[in-house]
Design a protein around this ligand. Sequence first.
Ligand code: ZN
Length: 223
Amino acid sequence: MSDIENGLCYLCGKEGADSRDHVPPKAVLPKDYRSEGEDLITVPAHQRCNRDWKDDDEYFQTQIALAAFTAGDAGKALHSKVMRGLDREEATGLREHIDSGITGTTVLSPDGTVDHNYIQVKPDWQRLLDVIARTGRGIYYHETKNIIPLNVSEKPVVAEPDKIIPIFKSNTDHIRSFAGSSFKYISVMGEEEPHRCGYLFNFFDRLFFSVVFHDEEGSWRAV
Ligand SMILES: [Zn+2]
């Protein structure tokens, strides 16, 4: 724990930050692929502001891990760690929440016998997007040492792979990559629209999000 830059909490913007928070949540970056310092972004926060997010972070990690299963060794490492964690007694609530998003469908052959079963996982996207919005605020703070005021509205969305993969492919100079490419992002600063900035997030080349911060009143300037 080094400096707590100017004592402002990146979540509420008030003084007296007494801890540091990881953005994105540390748990999505597989341990064997990350190095302390280089791969972990931390920003000052109040413990009380930070603690509110613990369950959401765990849910986020689990959903990323489910998607990362086919994403090379780093993805498999995260997936198997998370699956082991779900067996814990304390994880019952989380497990049930995830199960509630899984639906099974049986496809029958013309003769009425079972052809195949498939399952579909439907995450609680809003819960994931809350983590994405917070990650955006944290990265902005990390890059600029400024806080995005709470009255600046945020718009986190799930990005379609077809649209976002080409952006990552054609902007390789602007990608910041962490923990063996487990997490990558691109900043989109609003040079033409100074009251707007945003980020594109890429987790394991499997799940993509964007978040835009926009000040309608124009009193805030992205730096
Ligand atoms: Zn705070």
